[in-house]
Design a protein around this ligand. Structure first.
Ligand SMILES: Nc1ncnc2c1ncn2[C@@H]1O[C@H](COP(=O)(O)OP(=O)(O)O)[C@@H](O)[C@H]1O
Ligand SMILES: [Mg+2]
Length: 316
């Protein structure tokens, strides 16, 4: 079963297309990561899916409801934490949670219990009496995310919820989200940090310039691109090595700093043999050598870079 199904969804502002015909399916009970650099169209997509702005074209079905026909029906069933801060300056932390629960008509006894549960889960107990105005940015963000869990929902949208959080708060938030998904919640989660998506998400879509450029599980993304290895070779002389290596296939070679050669390749063993042969026959000593798997972060950057290049190429 799918909680979200969208077909050729687009949003344009004048002649500028912020989201350009995207298709997506999000399975119920899973965490879906929506990953992309700043300006990619993540927030715009989220605003359409949460019925805050209407699409320019395309269709969307949220929890079995037609998104353009019955937006209010959808809003009753979802939770949304937007990217921009939202808080009442003079309200205390505990009152913020309490008030949010009242807004959603949560019964008093359940409300009280949830406030206590969330104060603990989001590490807010010590500051429960503090006013929002007196909190740090990270504390405010924690309150903003925590209060969304005051009400029942089937589907939760989180737009870069961890921005401004320190590493330990970030990790506890991600773990809290994981525990809620075990209880049956579906989550649509945007981030520009790949590591986070990898830790949290069952499926990941990568969006760049309004277009989806990859959809897969974190493991499959790694399989597809993860044969890539980075080879670093320190050589003992500063001569121009690039030209000697220019005929080696199946790799990209960077050689800027004189003594370090960096090579990216999906066929690292063959490439390494070829390089070492050439260095030896030219009497260039190798002082140090390492081969490491290209990180997912590098994969993400290279996928985005490739899509930028193919967009810019003539004829497209
Ligand atoms: N209301 C708007 N009017 C015009 N352009 C907008 C508006 N909202 C967003 N954009 C543009 O759409 C693009 C995508 O923005 P956004 O969805 O916020 O990206 P992300 O959340 O991935 O950083 C950006 O270039 C942004 O400047
Ligand atoms: Mg955004």
């Amino acid at each position: 079963m799918f909680s979200i199904e969208i077909n050729s969804l687009s949003k344009s502002y004048g002649s500028f297309t912020a989201v350009d015909g995207i298709d997506l399916k999000v399975e119920s009970g899973k965490i879906f990561g929506f990953l992309g650099p700043n300006g990619a169209g993540k927030t715009t997509t989220m605003k359409m899916l949460t019925t805050l702005i209407p699409p320019s074209s395309g269709t969307m079905n949220i929890l079995g409801i037609d998104g353009t026909k019955s937006p209010l029906e959808i809003r009753k069933k979802i939770g949304v934490v937007l990217q921009q801060p939202s808080y009442e300056p003079t309200l205390s932390v505990e009152k913020s949670l309490e008030k949010y629960g009242m807004m959603w008509n949560v019964e008093k006894k359940i409300r009280k219990n949830r406030v206590e549960e969330l104060l603990v889960a989001f590490d807010l107990v010590d500051i429960r009496k503090k006013k929002n105005d007196d909190l740090s940015i990270g504390q405010r963000r924690r309150v903003q995310v925590a209060r969304e869990f005051m009400h029942d929902m089937e589907l939760l949208f989180l737009d870069e919820p961890t921005v401004g959080l320190d590493p330990s708060a970030r990790r506890s938030l991600l773990d809290f989200i994981k525990s809620k998904v075990k209880d049956g919640l579906t989550i649509f989660f945007t981030t520009h940090i790949l590591e986070e998506a990898e830790y949290l998400c069952d499926d990941i879509a990568i969006i760049n310039k309004g277009k989806i450029i990859a959809v897969d599980t974190p493991d499959e993304l790694k399989n597809k691109f993860g044969r890539q290895k980075t080879i670093k070779i320190h050589v003992g002389t500063q001569q121009n090595i690039s030209s000697l290596l220019s005929n080696i296939e199946n790799c990209t070679i960077e050689h800027d700093s004189g003594v370090v050669i960096t090579i990216h390749s999906g066929q690292s063993e063959q490439v390494l043999q070829d390089v070492l042969k050439i260095l030896a026959s030219n009497h260039i000593p190798v002082e140090d050598l390492s081969v490491v798997p290209t990180s997912l972060e590098e994969i993400f950057l290279s996928v985005v870079k490739n899509s930028n290049e193919s967009n810019n190429s003539p004829g497209q």
